[in-house]
Ligand binder design. Structure first.
Ligand code: HEM
Length: 520
């Protein structure tokens, strides 16, 4: 061992036990030394080597600033997202031993897992619950990164990689949803994939459709016009091979960039400075030595990550013992459940189908959300707040992001808990009535001239008012950034505007061109 020098036992030393002798000779053997290249004494050198000479721990920097160790800084959410991916891969591989992706066997393999395979039910439960938790934790990680401005230079690109990881996380979860081949699975996926058929140009039901139903985006996804055997196989391959591989590529880039760019956390000024209102970046400028103060990742950070993973595993274990993952009746393409709901994280989009045609709710809005998220680091040029929570000096950015996030969860809540048969609205405590008169009766379209005038007025107002009233805002952004920011704001607020028009003024479409499937 490099720095563990064995000393011959002194003549008067007590006799060593056989265990100690064997352990030492193993540690001094050529095989052991070829694998483990440093000792265990608590020395700065060993703390550094612990990270540097281990392929997994090597994902960390050797040293980090103490500020990044505060639980309240990251809440460990990035690390937990990665841990969940590993947990899902391991449990998923075990599930693959028992699961056959054919419509004859898939459902019955699920039943076997529940009733025949030892620990099969537990295995399936933990896989399912961990997938839900991962979607939630990745979203919270994104929010935490946003609120501490960790996407600002030099981490803009890593934020974009993060958005791609968020998308892959959704897709991993969505493709897994079909595999049990029960009623919940096929109808949730039918709702989701129908939206693909509404893609402009490439979807047979979308505006300006160039292709028929046997060649469009939904067909490519399902290998058929309906959710059937080829769809199941495609989702299985996407879920078990394709998407995890892509995820691995992007998560490697993501973690490598976190290492190269360092954690964003910067030291905070002492209490009295904070009371005076001194911003951390101003304080750090006066005390540059604070930025250099660092602690070894091993064990300070690694032990915290270990505790986080342990607590999460305990919660998931308890949850998986107490609650079974849902398994409804065998999939039946001829029996549509009413209501059929998409998986919870897509139910917000499904809720928007009440107000928009599928090409807007299912294709345009998700695309705008994704590109809007990716654009954030490039359009937010406010230099303050990097590495600490600071809403006071970023009022516009924080309020827009928070509005979008809260609105997304409100839509999910309404779709998941407040929609009953025929997608009618019910309070959570009301019972469902399949014969209720639909709230969509009595809706009317605005005349196109009035609709176009309204859109022009709304667009003009959102685009021009801030330019006129907040000249500094326009000047600081410049014309291109201003255009991108205000287009995103315009589109975001167009959604609640449309909801108000429909619910309070019974307006179905503001403008409508049925010949082109183009209605807004
Ligand atoms: C499954 C997906 C993801 C995994 C496994 C993951 C993992 C991590 C880890 C381990 C860290 C370092 C610790 C921390 O800050 O919590 C991190 C940091 C970061 N993540 Fe993620 N992340 C994921 C998704 C995302 C998403 C969706 C975004 C944003 C859209 C994002 C943006 C960032 C950024 C900018 C950092 C640097 C933060 C800093 O330096 O303080 N990540 N990520």
């Amino acid at each position: 061992m490099a720095d563990e020098k064995p000393e011959p036992p002194a003549a008067s030393a007590p006799k060593e036990s056989l265990f100690v002798v064997v352990a030492r000779s193993i540690r001094q053997s050529a095989i052991w030394k070829s694998i483990f290249r440093h000792g265990y004494q608590d020395t700065p050198r060993n703390r550094a080597l612990m990270v540097l000479s281990n392929v997994f721990l090597h994902l960390h920097p050797v040293k980090v600033r103490p500020a990044s160790l505060r639980y309240r800084y990251t809440w460990g959410l990035g690390g937990l997202s990665f841990y969940l991916f590993i947990l899902l891969t391991v449990t998923g591989v075990f599930l693959m031993f028992y699961y056959r992706p054919t419509i004859e066997y898939a459902y019955w393999d699920m039943k076997d897992l529940r009733f025949v395979v030892p620990f099969g039910s537990f295995l399936r439960n933990i896989h399912r619950w961990a997938a839900h938790v991962m979607v939630l934790i990745v979203m919270f990680h994104m929010a935490s990164v946003f609120y501490r401005s960790a996407y600002k230079p030099p981490r803009e690109y890593n934020w974009v990689v993060g958005v791609i990881l968020l998308l892959i996380t959704f897709l991993l979860s969505f493709t897994g949803y079909l595999l049990p081949w029960d009623q919940l699975a096929i109808w949730a996926v039918t709702v989701g994939t129908n939206m693909a058929a509404a893609t402009p140009l490439l979807g047979s039901d979308g505006p300006f459709a160039l292709v028929g139903p046997d060649m469009d985006a939904r067909f490519i996804l399902l290998g058929s016009k309906i959710v059937g055997q080829s769809g199941l196989l495609r989702f299985y391959v996407l879920h078990c091979v394709f998407l995890p591989l892509i995820f691995l590529v992007f998560v490697s880039i993501h973690l490598w960039r976190v290492r190269k760019d360092e954690f964003s956390a910067i030291p905070l000024p002492p209490e009295e400075e904070r009371r005076k209102g001194t911003l951390p970046e101003a304080w750090v400028k006066q005390h540059p030595e604070e930025l250099q103060k660092k602690v070894f990742t091993w064990p300070a950070l690694v032990s915290r990550e270990f505790v986080g993973a342990l607590v999460l595993t305990a919660i998931l274990t308890f949850w998986s013992i107490k609650a079974n993952a849902p398994l409804e009746e065998l999939a039946n393409p001829n029996k549509t459940p009413n209501p059929s709901k998409a998986p919870w994280y897509f139910v917000g989009l499904q809720e928007l189908l009440v107000y928009f045609d599928p090409w807007v709710a299912g294709v345009v809005l998700p695309t705008v959300i994704l590109f809007g998220l990716m654009a954030i680091p490039y359009i937010d040029i406010n230099p303050t707040g990097i590495g600490y929570y600071n809403a006071k000096n970023r009022k516009f950015a924080v309020s827009m992001f928070t509005f979008g996030l809260v609105f997304w969860f409100v839509l999910i809540f309404i779709g998941y808990y407040m929609r009953g048969p025929g997608w009618e609205m019910y309070m959570p405590w009301q019972s469902w009535d399949a014969h209720r008169v639909s709230a969509s009766t009595g809706l009317h379209n605005m005349p196109n001239w009035a609709g176009l005038a309204l859109i022009t007025f709304y667009g003009g107002l959102v685009m021009l008012l801030p330019k006129i009233c907040f000249k500094d805002f326009y000047k600081s952004l410049g014309p291109v950034r201003y255009l991108v920011v205000m287009t995103l704001v315009l589109l975001m607020f167009f959604v609640p505007l449309k909801i108000v028009l429909r619910n309070f003024f019974s307006i179905k479409y503001i403008v409508s061109f049925p010949d082109f499937n183009l209605n807004l």
